[in-house]
Structure formats: C-alpha cells, structure tokens
Design a protein around this ligand. Structure first.
Ligand SMILES: O=C(O)CCC(=O)C(=O)O
Ligand SMILES: [Mn+2]
Length: 207
C-alpha cells in the first residue's frame, strides 16, 4: 500500500499485506474452484445496459447483481446458472472478524475480476438495507490505483495503491464514501496471469 500524497480520509483503513503470499495462492486456488461453479458474468448498467469493464460473481448467501432491465440488487441465485452462490472462503470470514469484530457476519462477497485494462468508476456502495457494518475488501494480483473521496460526488479524493494481499475497510464516516479503481499496474504481481486483479468485497446487506 502506498498513499499518493494526502492522508486517508477518516474511516478508511488499510491493512497492508493482511494476507501473505502463500495465503494468497491458496485463496486463489479456492476461488478458481468456486468460480468454476459460479462463472464470472458481465454486469450491465441499469437502463443503458452498458457493460462494466469488470467480470464478476459472488460468494455467500446473497450476491450483488445488475442488468439493464432490473438494475442493482441483491439476490440469492446466480443470474446465469440459477444456482445458489458458493460459500464464502473461510479466510474472508477471518478477515471480516479481524477488521470488524463487532459487526454481524457478511452476507455477500462480490468477486470482481479486472483484466489489465479494466477499471471501476467512482461510486458509493449503497444497495444494502443497513450501513452500520463496514465494507471490507481484499485485493489479489496486480496493484491498482484506488481512489476514495467523501460522501458527496465530486469532492476531493485521495489515491492509494492497493497491492496483492492488502485489505481495505470503509467504515463509520467512510462507509458511504465515493470510491473507484482508476487503473491497474502491469508487472506488479505474478499471482494472476496477464496482469489481472481480483477484488473480494464483503458486505452486510440486511439488519
Ligand atoms: O476493486 C476494488 O478495489 C473496489 C471494488 C468495489 O468498489 C465494489 O465492488 O463495489
Ligand atoms: Mn464499491
């Protein structure tokens, strides 16, 4: 993790190298087996149907999905296979317990796959029914430039590099902070081929 300039906004917490290299490789193996049953799909923007640049799937009782017709939502089934989502890897439940010991367990784990040229626009995580639990994520593979601002769109932002194994939490005053991924850096990790990146994002959805 390397912060570009300014300090992190209140409520943004980074745990550099939360997961070591062996743990990252083991988690990737586990993710591959689960993704074989719940394949990556292309999320599409509500109304316009524009494709997002990440490919995604979910683990856990609920999954976040989006399509042109029905927009952003949580559902218990994979939109293509109709099957329940695979269970969350235990190490991610440990991550949640470590960083959010007082919060109820996470219900959704978004799995975002970034090819070398993928990015994610600035957005708030706001489709949950409750916002008192943090959003916690783990990065694997290529380093990315992550950007976080305040709770209003267009305010000042801070950029930081998230490396493979780094964990990030948005909690309290930063739970509704705008954030996004501006770019990936080639040649920063050998974990995922062709400079790819995976982000696992854990969220509590209901009270
Ligand atoms: O890839 C990341 O680090 C961020 C992912 C994200 O913000 C999301 O899935 O809502
Ligand atoms: Mn987000």
């Amino acid at each position: 993790m390397k912060i570009e300039g300014k300090p992190l906004p209140n409520g943004v917490m980074v745990r550099p190298a939360w997961l070591n290299e062996t743990g990252q490789a083991d988690l990737l193996t586990e993710i591959r087996a689960k993704v074989a049953k719940a394949p990556l799909f292309v999320p599409k923007m509500p109304r316009t149907g524009k494709e997002m640049s990440v490919r995604m799937t979910n683990f856990g009782p609920l999954g976040w999905v989006t399509d042109k017709e029905r927009g952003y939502r949580y559902q218990a089934q994979h939109p293509v296979t109709g099957e329940s989502w695979p269970d969350m890897p235990d190490i991610l439940l440990k991550l949640w317990a470590d960083l959010a010991p007082n919060a109820p367990p996470p219900q959704a784990c978004l799995v975002n796959f970034y090819a070398h040229d993928a990015k994610m626009g600035m957005h708030q995580d706001s489709d949950e029914e409750i916002f008192d639990a943090p959003v916690i994520s783990l990065s694997l593979g290529a380093t990315c430039l992550f950007r976080v601002g305040g709770v209003k769109r267009g305010g000042k932002t801070t950029s930081l590099r998230l490396e493979s194994g780094d964990a990030l939490a948005l909690s309290g005053p930063a739970r509704m902070a705008y954030h996004g991924v501006d770019r990936l850096y080639a040649g920063t990790s050998d974990l995922i081929k062709d400079d790819g990146r995976l982000n696992l994002t854990l969220r509590r959805v209901t009270a």
